[in-house]
Design a binder for this molecule. Sequence first.
Ligand code: SIN
Length: 307
Amino acid sequence: MITHPTGIFDNSAKAYKHISVTPLSAAMGAKVSGVDLSCLTAHQFREIEHALFRHKMIYFRDQHLTHGDQEAFSLRFGPFAEDAYTKGVNGHVNVQPIIREADGFEPLVFGFGWHTDSPFLLRPPAISMLYAVDVPPFGGDTIWANSALAYHALSETMRSIIKPLSVHMSMEKVVTLAQTEMSPSNSLLGRIAATRDMDNLPEAIAHKVAGAFHPLVRTHPGTGEKSIYCDQTYSSGIKGLSQDEALPIIDFLIKHITQPAFTCRLRWKGNTLAVWDNRLGIHQAFNDYNGFRREMYRTTVAGEVPA
Ligand code: SIN
């Protein structure tokens, strides 16, 4: 069901004292300005965190950050999360390089498909942030969808149907796609492609394919806001339902969450940092910049067991 804009949208900015906020779309997202992330005050941080929970994704332009600055900003939200895909960069194990070279023509790009970050973990990352160093002249945008707004827009009856359900989150689709579509290489997905045999996966990947069950409707620990915890890349079943029963529900929820009216899209520039809350939205990267380089660095903040 496609929902048209109704009275339930409210992505307006609050009046803050220490930061300025400009909404990006009617559904979600906002630009935060008037701050230098390498030397934030405690007052600014408190308002930034409030803006993140309100807008689900916030971004900052013209930030000149070292890996150490990004780590320090990330640590303000909490300890680093386990990273499911990389071992970081030299001297900064928690700074994950997401780099595609201009000649790196690959059928899949890291972050393809609508997803929340690493939900196959028992404690998926709460918050992720991505810092742009080198961006293509066009393409390479990131798009987010507001799954709290999507929950709010469901009928009472649908909400009561999905509330008691647990969703199975697994890395299986990513492994299968990497094995069939990609050649083994040193890229993030190329290393998964190198596994080739689904029955003989290295323990670390087998564990992520086995995945975890989480509530299909989760409650944000900071604000109490409810959201649909379901995505296209990792949601692979529902506890107690056959696949014939579960997949139409998952498909409906993904279509519902990702309807254009519930999204925002960021056009990257160098020195932009975007921060999003994985408990309140899903996102995806586009594979539309062949021939151009894109260099980004990601940190993730540990989350709770979803409830
Ligand atoms: C991600 O899914 O974390 C990466 C998004 C992007 O590269 O745009």
